[in-house]
Ligand binder design. Structure first.
Ligand SMILES: C[S@@+](CC[C@H](N)C(=O)[O-])C[C@H]1O[C@@H](n2cnc3c(N)ncnc32)[C@H](O)[C@@H]1O
Length: 211
């Protein structure tokens, strides 16, 4: 099937609805993980991000904003409701960040404009992750870097099979829990500059560069 036709026939509207619905209670449900681990990992990631113009893909409710490095940030998300929450946070924190509703698989930016790209817990949800990652590749400057926090299928075969079995249930709420995200990043043309396992092989910090 031609790529364009496949895109038009996608279930993206359903995914968007899931995150629109989740927006109001998203921070509440994530709170335990945020306190136990995510806040520490966000700090680790933003300690490394450098650049003048930085894109955050799948900004959600804007939980990364308090950790942003210096530089100009643009945040995108497919869900309007998530972006409304992010806007509240931007205003509370007094930062100047442009927020745009769009799809990671079809970014409205010119080629090679961003010094760095950040994305946390997003490519478990993007419907066609490789297509989205190729878009990141396209808009990243040749010497730029992409910084990810992601959860994915673990390397342990038994654990991996458990995640495969639970995936249909997880998908009802939003993310897929058995993606092979490192492989997907490579498939999009990137090379892995750094990979750190944060909690078994499921949660990882990844830095990618243009291959
Ligand atoms: C699990 S949340 C993570 C939010 C935020 N990055 C964080 O760390 O809290 C995933 C986010 O990705 C967004 N998303 C899912 N598919 C997307 C797509 N194709 N394009 C842009 N954003 C997308 C969702 O709307 C949601 O806000």
């Amino acid at each position: 099937m031609a790529e364009r036709t496949e895109y038009i026939l996608s279930k993206k509207g359903e995914d968007k609805k899931k995150y629109d619905k989740a927006a109001a209670r998203y921070d509440f449900f994530e709170f335990p993980m945020e306190v136990l681990a995510f806040s520490k990992w966000r700090k680790l990631l933003f300690g490394k991000v450098e650049g003048e113009l930085i894109l955050e893909v799948g900004i959600g409710t804007g939980k990364n904003i308090p950790y942003y490095s210096n530089g100009e940030y643009i945040g995108i998300d497919i869900s309007r409701k998530m972006l409304e929450k992010a806007k509240d946070r931007v205003e509370k924190l007094g930062r100047k960040i442009d927020l745009i509703q769009c799809d990671a698989e079809l970014l409205p930016f010119r080629d090679e404009v961003f010094d760095a790209i950040v994305s946390t817990y997003v490519f478990c949800s993007v419907e066609n992750p490789v297509r989205g990652l190729k878009e990141l590749y396209r808009v990243l400057k040749p010497n730029g870097r992409v910084y990810f926090l992601e959860h994915m299928r673990c390397e342990n075969e038994i654990g991996g099979k458990v995640l495969d079995a639970l995936n249909p249930i997880a998908r009802l709420f939003g993310p897929e829990i058995n993606r092979r995200t490192v492989e997907n990043i490579r498939k999009a043309g990137f090379k892995i500059a750094e990979e750190k396992w944060l909690l078994t092989s499921v949660f990882r910090f990844i830095v990618a560069e243009k291959g």
